[in-house]
Structure formats: structure tokens, C-alpha cells
Design a protein around this ligand. Structure first.
Ligand SMILES: CC(C)(COP(=O)(O)OP(=O)(O)OC[C@H]1O[C@@H](n2cnc3c(N)ncnc32)[C@H](O)[C@@H]1OP(=O)(O)O)[C@@H](O)C(=O)NCCC(=O)NCCS
Length: 150
């Protein structure tokens, strides 16, 4: 069953979130609070089986800033998607993304954007299977700035 995750029943989501983004646990409380306090800006969906076990989750947001490849604004953005290894290939990601799409429509968005690492070919294939089209490939750069002493 796909359901919207809330502050009251988010326990099953956190270990899966940590599996997708190792090391994110330290930030979870802050992230969780800000997401659940802004339901028109953030969505967390989970897929829970008949035994109450959380099998996967999707996180989405409404982005007001420019999102590569889009032609409208604001757009909905698929921030994270993870299905536990033992629950894959059963259509759970497809159901989660369908739920995100419904929310995006409800939020009056005309586009749903997403991204994936260059070498995550499984994710590329899944996005294509779910109706996404590739738009751009981007390399991020970073330059640490030394503090100037006056
Ligand atoms: C990618 C992931 C979310 C797919 O979850 P899933 O529940 O197994 O996917 P589904 O069963 O709903 O499959 C949806 C579609 O994607 C395709 N797909 C899913 N995994 C695929 C893979 N490894 N290779 C090729 N296609 C794949 C399926 O064939 C299906 O298409 P179909 O219905 O036309 O057959 C899951 O493997 C995962 O959590 N991976 C690790 C985290 C990750 O990479 N997340 C995405 C970050 S951008």
C-alpha cells in the first residue's frame, strides 16, 4: 500500500533513507521536521506491506528555482526513490512515482523532473520505463574559498 508518510508513522522510512543516502541519519530529524511542516512543498510516500514492513519510499519537492531541462516553473522534483533489495521488480517504484505524479498535479505542476548519477544505469532505465525523457547531463564543480584576512 502506498501512503503519505507523516510525523506519526515515519519510523520505517528512516532506515531506507539511510540505505539510499548513507550518513544522512544525522540530518534526519531536521529534514523530517522541515518536510512534515511544509506539506505543500514536500512529499514523502512509503510503500508498506501487509505486515507493516516499509518496502520503499519516494521523496519529492516543489522547486521554484530553475530546474535543468524544464520549461515551466515551479516544477515537482523527485528527490529520492528507493526500494529495499528484496522488494524490487514488483512495480513498487512505479506505484510510488505514480503517487508523486498525482501530488504534483494536485500542486498545479505541469512537469515532474528528476536526476540520477551518471553511472546509475538501472535508474536511467527505470526513469525511461516510467515515462521520463533524458534532458541534460551535468558535471558539478566546487572550489573551496579561503577566508581572506584583513
Ligand atoms: C531503481 C529502483 C528504485 C527500482 O525500484 P523497483 O521497485 O524495482 O522498480 P519497478 O519494479 O517499479 O520497475 C519500474 C520500471 O523500471 C524498470 N526497472 C526497474 N529496475 C530496473 C533495472 N535494474 N534495470 C532496468 N529496468 C529497471 C522496470 O522494468 C519497470 O518497467 P516495466 O514496468 O516497463 O517493466 C530500485 O532498484 C532501487 O531502489 N535502486 C537503488 C536506489 C536508486 O538507484 N534509486 C534511484 C535513484 S535516482
Amino acid at each position: 500500500m502506498i501512503k503519505r508518510c507523516t510525523w506519526l508513522d515515519h519510523a520505517g522510512w528512516l532506515p531506507l533513507r539511510e540505505a539510499l543516502w548513507p550518513g544522512s541519519a544525522a540530518d534526519n530529524e531536521r529534514d523530517t521536521l522541515s518536510m512534515f511542516n511544509a506539506p505543500h512543498r514536500y512529499l514523502v510516500l512509503t510503500c508498506v506491506d501487509a505486515n507493516g514492513q516499509t518496502q520503499g519510499f519516494a521523496e519529492a519537492s516543489i522547486r521554484e528555482d530553475y530546474v535543468n531541462g524544464t520549461s515551466t516553473s515551479p516544477v515537482a522534483f523527485l528527490e529520492g526513490l528507493f526500494v529495499a533489495p528484496g522488494s524490487r521488480n514488483q512495480g513498487i517504484a512505479r506505484q510510488l512515482v505514480a503517487g508523486v505524479e498525482q501530488w504534483a498535479r494536485d500542486m498545479s505542476c505541469a512537469e515532474l523532473a528528476s536526476d540520477a548519477l551518471l553511472d546509475n544505469h538501472a535508474s536511467h532505465a527505470m526513469h525511461e520505463a516510467l515515462g521520463f525523457a533524458e534532458t541534460e547531463r551535468v558535471v558539478y564543480f566546487l572550489k573551496p574559498l579561503a577566508t581572506l584576512k584583513h
